[in-house]
Design a protein around this ligand. Structure first.
Ligand code: NAP
Length: 302
């Protein structure tokens, strides 16, 4: 794919799961990528956002940064809203001033999980948590400020690095013989590398002036519970295999309430951008192989 003259894509976020995956992704010739961490572009500071965008003079911005501590957000609502609503609002204003598109990541947690079946983009939102409410407010702030936006909601993100369920399971398996895992929340595990593949395609189309703006969903294809996700991890990994006990959410209270159904339908994105979601188990197998390969090279257990 080529988009003509050299285009500059600015990724907000550097160490995050999706930000790293974007840095590692296969970008087409003609796109120069710059990933900026909070020291270069502090999303909590609107003036710094405007300065950061002006300094890089991008042709498109991807916001992979957010306040993602779902439980902590319950007691830090100001920080969550500053990063997840006001930061994206400042980004959208800066993009509008330059007349460039903004791609923004959002979450399944804007929904309350009461729907039977996968969520579509125009299903009513009803966040159950501060995090979900702050992300929903960020979506709205962007829609109000910039027509050329693409909001990509995803869910249950994991990667070889960073804070995620997969890495937590591998760590706990080394510490305990038995793990009690919630079995009544359904979702679609989504590899950060897959999200990056979708974002690369979307950025290319938007830079070429051909992308459809709006709100889209993109997750691993298929659905499972956290317990099912854990079972798949230990089926595929070569490390210790703890006994898994399925428990209801009520037996694992957390500060933030989570939707019982987090499954998102990725069909609209496939139709608009030609990228089909990959079965979640296939991406999980690849991620585990990458983790185990890296540990083998380092001489440490996965
Ligand atoms: N994780 C999930 O399961 C999940 C599920 C659904 C949707 N999402 C959404 O997907 C997106 C990416 O999530 P992720 O899992 O990749 O996040 P992550 O691993 O938690 O990374 C968060 C990123 O935010 C950046 N950041 C935090 N505070 C910042 C600040 N003040 N200024 C600038 N950057 C700041 C971090 O910056 P540095 O690079 O400087 O460290 C990091 O790159 C987010 O919008 C999230 O809401 C995630």
């Amino acid at each position: 794919m080529s988009v003509g003259a050299m285009s500059r894509v600015l990724v907000v976020g550097r160490q995050g799961q999706v930000a790293r995956a974007l840095a590692a992704a296969a970008w087409p010739d003609g796109i120069a990528l710059a990933c900026r961490g909070r020291e270069a572009l502090d999303l909590a500071d609107p003036a710094a956002v405007a300065r950061g965008i002006a300094a890089d003079a991008p042709d498109l911005v991807i916001n992979a940064a957010a306040y993602t501590a779902v439980d902590k957000a319950e007691t830090e609502p100001d920080q969550a809203f500053a990063l997840n609503r006001d930061g994206p609002a400042a980004l959208a204003l800066a993009c509008a001033a330059r007349a460039i598109p903004l791609i923004h990541l959002s979450t399944d947690y804007v929904f309350d999980g009461s729907k039977a079946g996968p969520y579509l983009e125009d299903d009513p939102i009803h966040p159950l948590s501060v995090y979900g409410a702050s992300k929903a407010a960020g979506e709205q702030a962007i829609r109000e400020r910039l027509a050329t936006h693409l909001i990509l909601r995803t869910a249950w993100v994991y990667a070889p690095e960073g804070q995620n369920f997969l890495r937590t399971m591998l760590r706990l398996a080394r510490e305990r013989d038995e793990l009690r895992i919630v079995d009544d929340q359904m979702g679609s595990p989504s590899a950060a590398s897959e999200i990056a593949r979708a974002l690369v395609a979307a950025a290319g189309r938007l830079l070429a002036g051909q992308g459809e703006p709006g709100t889209f969903h993109f997750c691993g294809e298929g659905a499972t519970s956290w317990h099912g996700f854990a079972a798949a991890i230990f089926e595929m990994s070569h490390g210790p295999r703890p006994r898994l006990v399925a428990i209801p959410s009520s037996a694992y209270p957390t500060p933030a309430r989570r939707p019982a159904n987090s499954v998102l339908d990725s069909g609209k994105f496939r139709r608009a951008y030609g990228v089909a979601a990959r079965p979640w188990r296939d991406s999980l197998a690849d991620c585990l192989a990458a983790i185990e390969g890296a540990h083998a090279r380092a001489g440490a257990p996965a």
